[in-house]
Design a protein around this ligand. Sequence first.
Ligand code: 3HC
Length: 314
Amino acid sequence: MSDQGEQKSFQERIDNGETIEPKDDMPDRYRKQLIRMMSQHAHSEVVGMLPEGNWITRAPSLRRKMILLSKVQDEAGHGLYLYSATETLGASRQEVIDQLLEGKAKYSSIFNYPTLSWADVAVIGWLVDGAAIINQTMLARSSYGPYSRAMVRICKEESFHKKQGYEMVAKMADGTPEQQEMIQDAVDRWWWPTLMMFGPHDEDSPNSAELIKWGVKSKTNDELRQSFVDRHIAEAHEVGLEIPDDELEYNEETGHWEFGEIDWDEFWNVVKGNGPMNKERIKARREAHENGKWVREAAEEYARKQKLSKEKAS
Ligand code: 3HC
């Protein structure tokens, strides 16, 4: 879509709230932005299985093990769903996965932090999936059809993820002194990295303006972060937990919580690959990809044989 006229009519479609489908004409830049965002979203879901997966064998009860197993399986499904949605833009699954394995593609910074105790599983469900719900509820209204439809299904599962996490948080916050200490320690470690999930401040976000112009995003990084803070501070106080931010102050006028400054050096350090667990996460993904090679080869051979027998039959 090179000429001005076509770009203008595309923008009119977006401004009219129309949904763009895979076979529609679209600016190359729109396609590129979506491939970037959706493939990195898919990577985040799959890498996101690792921190919690670390605790499946050590869940404190059969019930908790079953819930965690189904949550981690959901994340795998979200990743596959999003890789499929990315393929509708012409980006092959192999191509985008290779970019991740070669360290050329990003995934959410949050998954580069270690899960040190069972309380981390609770807090990830409550805060990280809580943040994902706020972001993904917005993306469910994205202008690109396959992405917004994928979000509708994923958001339903995310709300279960958050509820199971918050149930554990409430239980531990009301538990023994050791449990209370564990859950507060987990909140102290995860609160600020979760705020970083929403990306840099709007003025430092090179992609936001374009994504908003094209209706991919309808809220800015800071707007989403503020919604997250307002909702989760209330939930923390409901169960008697403290938020690790001395600058927290409720602004009666705006109805929002004002909060301290994020450590952007830490954020960019993690995004650039120097976080506490970046190397382990990519190593685990590379090993899983290598171990799964025989499955891909068998599936490809099966598909080849199926195609051959169909051609013979016709
Ligand atoms: N981690 C890693 N990289 C990040 C980041 C983060 N938390 N926040 C921003 N970045 C990167 C961006 O990817 C971009 O780099 P790129 O141009 O090379 O891709 C750069 O920093 C500048 O950021 P921008 O604000 O300009 O980028 P976006 O407008 O794309 O905003 C985003 C970043 C908020 C992550 C947005 O891309 C988005 O909403 N993506 C879809 C949702 C998503 O990916 N969520 C990740 C979590 S998935 C999850 O939580 C699973 C759940 O089940 C737990």
